[in-house]
Design a protein around this ligand. Sequence first.
Ligand code: IPE
Ligand code: IPE
Ligand code: MG
Length: 239
Amino acid sequence: MSEEAPAVPRHIAVIMDGNGRWAKQRGLKRIKGHEAGAESARAVLHSAREAGVEVLTLYAFSSENWKRPQDEVQGLMTLLPKMLIKHERILHDHETRLRVIGRLHELPDRARKELQRVMDNTEAYSKHQLVLALNYGSRQELADAAKAIAAKAQQGSLNPEEVDEACLAEHLYAPDLPDPDFLIRTSGEQRLSNYLLWQLSYAEFYFAPEFWPDFREDAFAKALEVFQGRQRRYGGLSA
Ligand code: IPE
Ligand code: IPE
Ligand code: MG
């Protein structure tokens, strides 16, 4: 793949936004929007796999989403294990490994256990990965990395002089993943909301107008087309 004409992104990161507004438009409760959004996650996983994307990272719950009303937070935390049970088969069909980035230990027991179970069951698949950003915040991730590095320096296992970009990257939640090539945010909002600040440094951004529950196969295909029209220079010059 040349830098000038990217074919298929190796890693796509998605901010699945607009579930609440989608529900409101239909006079439904917000949780209905999240349920419909889970169907889009399934559709996009399928399309991404078909297109040859290796890693799909979905922003499912941010560190700041705890600020929402308790019934919505609880609804989301109940929906998650339900969806894992319902859709585990799809991960096996696609030979896709499930991973989580975020402070997993702070999630309710039920959600954590179900996640762990499916992560264990899919651990052997190495080529394709679905990463859920859950209780994830990029600033928290960077703070956690700084803390781990500082602890090693204090113990004497790491020389502060050796702290460089590579060292910091190695202390992120999923250091082995390639950086995302493409960021998709749905619902027309144009901001990062504390998502993958480090990893998205050179990603191409695409803001889709659809609310997430309406973002299905066709919308994904359109996004890929947009990506293919982009030119990536990484600070250099075009050939
Ligand atoms: C995204 O949809 C899903 C989560 C943040 C969990 P929203 O719930 O943010 O939907 P809007 O933005 O309020 O429409
Ligand atoms: C970002 O969406 C988080 C997820 C999609 C999980 P939000 O809806 O929480 O972001 P803001 O509050 O509009 O920035
Ligand atoms: Mg939102």
